[in-house]
Design a protein around this ligand. Sequence first.
Ligand code: UD1
Ligand code: CA
Length: 461
Amino acid sequence: MDLAVVVLAAGEGTRMKSSLPKVLHKICGRPIISYIINAVQNLNPVKLIIVVGHQKEKVMENLDDGIEVVAQESQLGTGHAVLVVEQYLSDYEGSVLVLSGDSPLIKSETLLELVRLRENSMATAAILTAKLKDPGGYGRIIRHGNEIIRIVEEKDATVDEVKNDEVNSGIYCFDNVKLFDFLKDVKNENQQKEYYLTDVIGVIKDNGEKVVSMMVEDEDEILGINSRRQQAKVDEIMRKRINYRLMDEGVTFIDPDLSFVGPDVIVGKDTVIYPLTFLEGKTSIGEGCEIGPSARLVNATIGKDVKIQNSVISESIVGDGASIGPFCSLRKGTEIKKRAKVGTFVEIKKSEVGVNSKVPHLSYIGDATIGDNVNIGAGSITCNYDGIEKHRTIIEDDVFIGSDTMLVAPLRVHKGAMTGAGSTITLDVPAESLAVERSEQRMVKDYLKKKLKKNNKGEND
Ligand code: UD1
Ligand code: CA
């Protein structure tokens, strides 16, 4: 089956009240238009054209390389938007699927069914329709008996027509050659002075050609996003779809309504997702993990049996059996190896923490390589920045760093060495040695007695 696809994405999206083009607003972390492109790419079209216009550079930046775009320089309506691609489809005969860039819930199977319907019924146009409880804002399908005779936009509809709850999804399949013939007869004599694509249906019918329709089973699929309220509603539906799919694959959600997972995230079976967890980008999580409550993972790669609580992990890797948090931040370029533990109020950046090593409390580790079986005492810090440059700290296997150690980089603490609590270490520490850097403790005898005496004297003055 040959298929061409045109996605309309040139409009401004005035009702969003945004400086960002509408199709770039996000649903579950990904631009609205990306979902539509994915759905149509599953149909392997011979041609896929995105019509861009308003802030077209910004829209194009967000499209994958190799996707063909055509510019509609002034946005004179959906019918006009289709007309601008005519010359790019001039040598194509067959089905053309036309859809809006603002309906991300549409599924490939539904689109395929619509294309088949047109081809099997040898109709000039097939329209996807839906019955909506709240049809407000959508174009209405006008029938004579069973037959569709035209589509009327809400703004141009009569009181009776507005009551009709069968709406136009904005998704159509046409005979490519006939579509462009008939589009030329569409006028802009309406409320908005626009060339409506919807009007081509009336023109097709007036020419005695066949128009068929298919009512979508799940009306959510056709929901368009014109406002922030509709965006929130679609986001909620998409979120459910993603979380329910993961549940079907063996993932537990304590509360799927309060867990936010992106469409490209992978989660292994028997992992439990606690509420207020955000899994974003290309994050992948292995089997048997406990994630959350309250965690944000962005492009994170997490192994098996990992526990993560109240933490933020970005562009980092966590190995099997490791434990992260509560209240920990792993920043870009960090790798926590198997069974390591990173505890409370710890920030780690661009560093490696070895197998079985522990950074349990209140530390900053930056630009460091920590070996296996290392213990970093509470409050210890790698001083990686001298105000001009960043330097590395290397802590070899089996090292014990005493609490509140300042490790001034560049620095190497060799295998099996120790540092005394409260030390500021500026020199490399040889293997199996102890480095202590602090002044000797001084005792002032009878300090309290002396202090009280001094204070009483002060009062009498
Ligand atoms: C459109 C339909 C309406 C249907 C609804 C379904 C028309 C006239 N109306 O209304 O019947 O019920 O979709 O969601 O078609 N666009 C362009 N160039 C333009 C104008 C729009 O590319 O000059 C693009 C927009 O970026 C958008 C799509 O076309 O992705 C639809 O435009 P929009 O303004 O959202 O149309 P609706 O009012 O929702
Ligand atoms: Ca719309």
